[in-house]
Design a protein around this ligand. Structure first.
Ligand code: PRP
Length: 184
């Protein structure tokens, strides 16, 4: 893997193999839970794009995909609590079974807000699937229905997660060296 990014990584938290195995398990669980249904998987951009691509390929029931973009962090490391919809869904979700796909549930601000927005559009059901969960940081009453891994309160990047829009293309999830974001 490219050393231009690796030099900024303190340690690998979740390897490609661990991610692959857990995503396969989540896909199998969702496939069983939604057998005979046609859920719509809603990817919250940008962080979830890699997880979404792998998760949907691990699901073997009929499903659709849609995308939404919201902003909450800016280029900093902590959620501001301010959430804006930058790109809305392409299709109506009324009467549909929705699975919101996120890369990380941190303070819960983004998802707490987003789930309310989507709920108001009257889906038949709505569940949340997050790859990573940082429960120690939660300030809003929200939890995932499907969760890949519980992670410590460290700055994690890779597999879609960024720092300053970079490192998303690392194939594993790593902990960023503090000096990288301290100097930023
Ligand atoms: C991340 C992540 C969630 C949110 C979680 O997105 O994808 O949407 O933060 O944090 P919270 O639980 O504290 O609200 P970010 O705003 O970094 O944008 P990105 O998906 O484009 O990386």
């Amino acid at each position: 893997m490219s050393s231009c990014m690796e030099k900024d990584i303190e340690k690998i938290l979740l390897s490609q193999e661990e991610l692959k195995n857990r995503v396969a398990q989540l896909g199998a669980q969702i496939s069983a839970d939604y057998a005979g249904k046609e859920p719509v998987l809603v990817s919250v951009l940008r962080g979830s794009y890699i997880f979404m691509a792998d998760l949907t390929r691990a699901i073997d029931c009929m499903c659709r995909v849609d995308f939404m973009a919201v902003s909450s962090y800016g280029s900093g490391t902590a959620s501001s609590g301010q959430v804006n919809i930058l790109k809305d869904l392409s299709d109506s979700i009324e009467g549909k079974d929705i699975i919101v796909v996120e890369d990380i549930l941190d303070s819960g601000n983004t998802l707490f807000y987003l789930m309310q927005v989507l709920q108001a559009r009257h889906p038949a059901s709505i569940k949340l699937c997050t790859l990573l969960d940082k429960p120690s940081r939660r300030t809003k009453p929200i939890q995932a229905d499907y969760s890949g891994f519980e992670v410590p309160d460290a700055f994690v990047v890779g597999y879609g997660l960024d720092y300053d829009e970079k490192y998303r293309n690392l194939p594993y999830i790593g902990i960023l060296k503090p000096q990288v974001y301290e100097k930023g």
